[in-house]
Design a protein around this ligand. Structure first.
Ligand SMILES: [Zn+2]
Length: 315
């Protein structure tokens, strides 16, 4: 039992196949194998994320509110645990069209998958969460790891009372939601998915995976204006225009050991963290808790002197 029951699920699971499912809603053997591969591709990141809670990213995606921290942890853990139980705990329907139990998979609406729940009209507080996940045709061409993470999003709905935010699914609005209203962010399934993805993947992989959910957001005051900022910030932004229009990605790369040296003495932001974008969870550490960084930059090479036209103090 969780310490609090804020978003935890108190109802029962309804494992029965939806009565309005029809032949066109069934998954073929090929589709089931595709879903299994998709789940398998997401599992290492999900397991890593559960085993390595990240305080910085937890605050970014869920805000600060101690009363439901344990609910969040329990939902992340329960969802990760049921991911691999396709065919026993949960089952997919593969929706080639918006017929029968797939009625919400309307092409052009952006719906990629959905789940349902039901309750008695005389006791709406007791909910039955249906364990059949509808996978819409809109998802069929997505990268498998992305499909795996979308299944994670759906299963967050199944194991909890968490719904979707009225602000939608985008990274920028949902980071803002966590800062403004932590309890609302904890009631938004995509916040769980994006936390797990950013904590469990390297920044590069997270950036690629989460591209369909908009530009990166470091915090509400530092977001990218372009979806390819993750690529162009790799070479260190420094005191250039790029650090304003690619703020979120520049914040990560400019706070790597490498860019701190390249950009010295420029350092963005007011926090005291060093990132390693090749590690999961941003590989962040506080420079205070590690060996002190040598404040003297390396002397410039001759090549740098030529290219830098004196910027490095050459000549
Ligand atoms: Zn949802």
């Amino acid at each position: 039992m969780p310490n609090s029951q804020f978003f935890a699920f108190n109802g029962e699971y309804d494992h029965a196949k939806p009565e309005n499912a029809n032949a066109r809603n069934e998954c073929s053997a090929t589709q089931l194998a595709w879903l299994e591969r998709s789940v398998d591709k997401a599992m290492p990141a999900l397991n890593w994320s559960i085993a390595n809670e990240n305080e910085f990213l937890f605050k970014k995606w869920f805000g600060e509110s101690t009363r439901s921290d344990d609910d969040v942890r329990e939902i992340l853990t329960d969802t990760t645990n049921v991911m691999t139980q396709m065919g026993s705990f949960w089952n997919p329907l593969c929706c080639d069209d918006a017929s029968g139990a797939c009625d919400t998979c309307v092409p052009g609406t952006g719906t990629q998958a959905f789940v349902t729940s039901w309750w008695y009209t005389n006791d709406p507080s007791y909910t039955y969460n249906v364990t059949w996940v509808r996978v819409c045709a809109a998802m069929y061409d997505s990268p498998e790891i992305e499909v795996g993470f979308i299944m994670f999003h759906e299963l967050v709905h199944v194991v909890s009372q968490v719904g979707d935010s009225s602000l939608g699914y985008g990274k920028g609005p949902l980071v803002g939601l966590a800062a403004q209203s932590p309890e609302a962010a904890r009631a938004s399934a995509n916040n769980y998915m994006l936390y797990a993805a950013q904590n469990g993947l390297s920044f590069e992989d997270y950036d690629a995976l989460s591209n369909s959910w908009g530009a990166n957001s470091f915090d509400p005051n530092c977001t990218d204006q372009y979806s390819n900022c993750g690529d162009i910030a790799k070479d260190c932004c420094g005191e250039t225009e790029m650090s304003s229009y690619c703020c979120a990605s520049c914040m990560v790369f400019d706070n790597t050991d490498h860019c701190r040296e390249v950009n010295y003495p420029y350092r963005p932001g007011h926090h005291n963290l060093v990132f390693d974008p090749e590690q999961p969870g941003l590989g962040l550490h506080s420079p205070d808790s590690t060996a002190p960084v040598n404040p003297t930059p390396n002397p410039p090479t001759e090549e740098q002197c030529t290219e830098a036209d004196g910027v490095f103090g050459c000549g």
